[in-house]
Design a protein around this ligand. Structure first.
Ligand SMILES: Cc1cc2nc3c(=O)[nH]c(=O)nc-3n(C[C@H](O)[C@H](O)[C@H](O)COP(=O)(O)O)c2cc1C
Length: 382
């Protein structure tokens, strides 16, 4: 199997599985506990159907939407994810370049392997920084100041990771950042020499947005769970979120909102967007799927705040369904991470191109000429 055989996200997942050492693949693919929420995030889209109209004259269709004040040319964004240079040596640079090609938002994680400054200098399309609130207040301040200096367009504060989810695949594989080669995992690295050579001889692994304040993730191998559970501030609350918003002063997104009540509070503290998200099922297993929550959240706060449906998206038709249910746009992590892991920038460009084409084709088949024509009248729940 190779890049030209990949026609959808699942194809890229298979190629990534073949090309990556298993601890790395399982870090991307895995989720919390029994992974029910991860599966449900995608299967939720199957509980409703699209009802097309025909003869709509769809030679010119408009896929533009505006999210946090920035027009983007398709209603799909690339979510912030950690440690990307571990998946492929091109890491965040490949994802950023693809977001720029397609004119959409992308985000880098607090645990990104490329610096805020480099992304600020190289990418002109809209970019967000994903902030974890650390116990170290100086680190929080420094990340916000660096985002201002690098002219980031938004900060997304992740609110669903107050403690780490129980990611059992990582417990079994002993996955750490940077990777620790244990007797049980060394074989899977050895039988993927391309990955191992790139890891050993390309730019050294680093977490440049943290390294001025913490050793973790630079030369000290820690599990992601241990990092979250020791470094992040479990006292984070609404007052702290509001303080981050005012310290930052720009477009502000809460990432990981699931309830209507919290969506209302996000409006009250002046957030300009919410990512309706359960962190791709990596935190609370048993949590409802983002797509299942969109209608009620849109009924409560639609028009007052941008609503981004984050998680489980694997097809253009999923994007159409989420927008018809009331989302402003969708966002996803694994949909581009499998492709990054499988084939670097060429993979990310290809998968995002495929998804963009699916959205365009499906809009034509639905008989809608602009994203704003997608509303609840186009959906039927089974
Ligand atoms: C490998 C991986 C790493 C992630 N790292 C982060 C992170 O550092 N910060 C964060 O807020 N979300 C992180 N996420 C969650 C994504 O931003 C996003 O919410 C999730 O991937 C959506 O689900 P999907 O993968 O089904 O699209 C990560 C997800 C994955 C798969």
């Amino acid at each position: 199997m190779q890049l030209s055989d990949c026609h959808n996200v699942e194809d890229f997942r298979r190629l990534a599985k073949a090309r990556l050492p298993s601890p790395i693949f399982n870090y991307i693919d895995g989720a919390a506990d029994d992974e029910r929420t991860k599966d449900r995030n995608t299967s939720a889209f199957d509980d409703c159907d699209l009802v097309p109209n025909v003869l709509a004259g769809v030679s010119d269709i408009d896929m533009d939407v505006t999210v946090m004040g920035k027009p983007i040319t398709m209603p799909l964004m690339l979510s912030p994810t950690a440690l990307q240079r571990l998946f492929h040596w091109q890491g965040e640079r490949a994802v950023a370049a693809t977001a720029q090609t397609f004119g959409t938002w992308f985000g880098i994680s607090s645990l990104a392997t490329v610096s805020i400054e480099e992304i600020g200098e190289t990418i002109s399309s809209p970019k967000m920084f994903q902030l974890y609130i650390h116990k170290d207040k100086g680190l929080n301040r420094s990340m916000i100041e660096r985002c201002k200096a690098a002219k980031f367009d938004a900060i997304a504060l992740t609110v669903d990771t107050i403690v780490s989810g129980n990611r059992e695949r990582c417990l079994r594989s002993g996955f750490t950042s940077p990777p620790r080669f244990t007797p049980s995992s060394v074989l899977s690295y050895a039988i993927h020499p391309m990955w191992a050579l790139n890891y050993l001889f390309r730019e050294k692994f680093a977490l440049p947005n943290l390294q001025t304040h913490v050793d973790a993730g630079t030369n000290v191998a820690v599990s992601v769970a241990e990092y979250f559970n020791t470094m992040l501030d479990t006292s984070m609350d609404w007052a702290m979120a509001e303080k981050v918003r005012s310290d930052w002063g720009g477009e502000f997104c809460l990432k990981g909102i699931m309830s209507v009540e919290d969506a209302r509070r996000a409006v009250d503290i002046g957030a300009t967007a919410i990512m309706v998200s359960n962190h791709g099922g990596r935190q609370l297993d048993g949590s409802r799927a983002p797509f299942d929550q969109i209608s009620e959240i849109a009924d409560a706060v639609g028009g007052k705040i941008d609503i981004i449906c984050d998680g489980g998206v694997r097809r253009g038709s999923h994007v159409l369904k989420a927008i018809a249910a009331g989302a402003t746009a969708c966002s996803g992590g694994r949909l581009y991470l499998y492709a990054l892991a499988a084939a670097g920038e060429a993979g990310v460009q290809r998968v995002v191109g495929k998804l963009r084409d699916e959205i365009e084709r499906d809009m034509k088949l639905m008989g809608v000429r602009s994203v704003s024509e997608l509303d609840a009248s186009k959906l039927r729940w089974r």
